[in-house]
Design a protein around this ligand. Structure first.
Ligand code: ATP
Ligand code: LTN
Length: 336
């Protein structure tokens, strides 16, 4: 019997989940449930690569779990778990860091961008992709659905898997990134030249998944457009603002591009913005409602995460034992 393809992805509990995260990643995770074996990991170990307030981190971890469930992640079909609940992630990351050339990490564009924003850069920010490789490879994942910004990290994961296999014998599946064409990179509403980001907290930059209708209308109304006054999809950087609004519309309505362009033919940007705001509000309404229900029952949330952690350990632990064995460690009794 051939095994079902394995899907693994991760998301940081850094707060402010936005429609870029939803359209670039979470929506794909939800759509892929059922046909494949899915693992979704709340990567708290990754979150601390930049300073975090402990109380905020703990709250945001539960909030993110509730948000993912509210977005449609079904714990019956997906193993949803917290990274720090499965010790193998940190353990494997150490082993990998010992076979990762420094130059590979120094080249990472996300590292360079994030390092620039920090007053002093911690080692974990540099070794972040090594931990990410551990996440993916421990589960023998075939596919990693992510937004465009993560492509380079997955390439590094592939290189690392090949290197380990070469040094210590066939151990890891080589995973491939799965990146959607539309939605892979949702841009900031206030600046369509930069990706919508959790860490950019200026009002009007992002639409957060739990924003209320007035806030959503406010942000879309002020979204940066251009002076062409023509509603069509385009790769032209000067039309990036309108293209971004159209992509959001496309992904939330499921309508085709020609259909959307025909629908808006002859209309102005004001009309596009008004209609888009209502589409976004209606798409997010059930998610927001479900989120508040889930947040009312923290014991149930913790129960779901405990089951997820157990299922994840059942896969990661034996794999970790194999890794330790391949590297040449004497296995302790409880690992044999
Ligand atoms: P930050 O911008 O602060 O680094 P983030 O918004 O990228 O955070 P992550 O937890 O790192 O948040 O990302 C979760 C998932 O969302 C990843 O798969 C990432 O590729 C995707 N993603 C993030 N921002 C966007 C975006 N603007 N468009 C599409 N996908 C995105
Ligand atoms: N680095 C990713 C989050 C992440 C991830 C992973 C994604 C951590 N581990 C494993 C896919 C697979 C990010 O910042 N979006």
């Amino acid at each position: 019997m051939t095994r079902k393809p394995r899907v693994f992805s991760g998301i940081q509990p850094s707060g402010n989940l936005h429609i870029g995260n939803y359209l670039g990643a979470i929506q794909q995770w939800v759509a892929g449930q059922g046909q494949k074996t899915n693992f979704i990991c709340i990567v708290d170990l990754h979150a601390i690569t930049v300073p975090q307030n402990p109380a905020d981190l703990r709250r945001q971890t539960r909030e993110l779990a509730a948000l993912l469930l509210a977005c449609g992640i079904d714990p019956q079909q997906t193993t949803l778990f917290v990274q720090s609940h499965v010790r193998a992630h940190a353990e494997c990351s150490w082993v990998f860091s010992c076979i990762t050339p420094l130059g590979w990490l120094e080249r990472m564009t996300q590292y360079k961008a994030k390092a620039q924003k920090q007053e002093s850069v911690m080692t974990g920010l540099l070794t972040y992709p090594v931990l990410m490789a551990a996440d993916i490879l421990l589960y023998d994942a075939d596919e990693v659905p992510v937004g465009e910004d993560q492509k380079q990290h997955i390439e590094l994961t592939r290189d690392l898997a090949q290197r380990f296999n070469y040094l210590f014998g066939e151990t890891f599946v080589i995973p491939k990134p799965v990146i959607r064409e539309s939605g892979a990179r949702i841009m900031g509403l206030d600046d369509p030249t930069v990706k919508m980001s959790k860490s950019e907290t200026a009002r009007g930059h992002a639409i957060r998944i739990i924003d209320d209708p007035d806030e959503i209308r406010w942000a879309i109304k002020r979204a940066v457009t251009d002076s062409f006054n023509e509603i069509r999809f385009s790769d032209d950087p000067e039309r990036a603002g309108v293209n971004n609004l159209l992509q959001i519309y496309e992904l939330l309505t499921g309508r085709s591009r020609p259909e959307i362009e025909a629908h808006f033919a002859g209309k102005g940007y004001g009309a596009l913005k008004r209609e888009l705001a209502e589409v976004v509000i209606e798409a997010l309404r059930p998610i927001r409602e479900r989120y508040y229900q889930l947040m009312d029952d923290p014991a149930e949330l913790d129960r779901i995460l405990a089951i997820g952690a157990e299922q994840a350990r059942a896969v990661a632990e034996p794999k970790m034992t194999l890794i330790l064995e391949r590297v040449g460690f004497v296995l302790p009794k409880d690992r044999r």
